[in-house]
Ligand binder design. Structure first.
Ligand code: ZN
Ligand code: ZN
Ligand code: ZN
Length: 143
C-alpha cells in the first residue's frame, strides 16, 4: 500500500498565452464584442445609404448620440434619454443597432456588442457611419 499523497510533481510548465484579439477595444470601453450573431440576416439590404450621425430621434427629436436601427434605418434615442430605440426593439424585434455616439454595434437579442470590424456583414455600414461622423475612413487593423 503505497501512499501517494505527494503527487504534486505534475508541473507541466504551460506558458501563458495572451490573446490580444480578445483584448481588442478594451480601452474604448468595449467589454466583450461578439464576432458572431444569429440576427445578422435581419440587417437592412441597403446599408450603403444611412442617415447622418446628426439625425435627431424620430420620435422625440433628441438631437444627438442616437442609435441607428440596422434593420429599418430608423434613428432613435438611447436608453439613457427616452428609450425610444429600446421601445422600437420591443415593438419590432429589430435587434441590431449602431451607436452614433461611439459607432459600436449592439444586438438587443444577444444583449452584447458586436465587433463591427470582424463581422463581414457589419463592416461596410460601420465604415460608412465612421465616414459620415469623422469625414475619413476608419483606421482598420491589419488582419
Ligand atoms: Zn444577435
Ligand atoms: Zn427619442
Ligand atoms: Zn428598426
Amino acid at each position: 500500500m503505497a501512499n501517494q499523497a505527494a503527487a504534486a510533481s505534475s508541473s507541466s510548465s504551460a506558458p501563458l498565452e495572451e490573446d490580444e484579439e480578445l483584448l481588442y477595444g478594451a480601452e474604448s470601453g468595449w467589454v466583450e464584442a461578439k464576432t458572431t450573431c444569429d440576427h445578422l440576416p435581419s440587417l437592412s439590404s441597403d446599408l450603403a445609404h444611412i442617415p447622418t450621425p446628426h439625425t435627431p430621434c424620430h420620435t422625440c427629436q433628441h438631437p444627438k448620440e442616437n442609435w441607428l436601427c440596422l434593420c429599418c434605418k430608423e434613428v432613435l434615442c438611447s436608453r439613457f434619454v427616452n428609450k425610444h430605440m429600446l421601445n422600437h426593439y420591443h415593438q419590432t424585434h429589430h435587434s441590431l443597432v449602431l451607436s452614433y455616439s461611439d459607432l459600436s454595434v449592439w444586438c438587443f437579442s444577444c444583449e452584447a456588442y458586436l465587433d463591427a470590424q470582424l463581422i463581414q456583414q457589419l463592416r461596410p455600414v460601420h465604415e460608412t457611419a465612421y465616414l459620415l461622423k469623422f469625414g475619413e475612413a476608419p483606421p482598420f487593423r491589419s488582419v
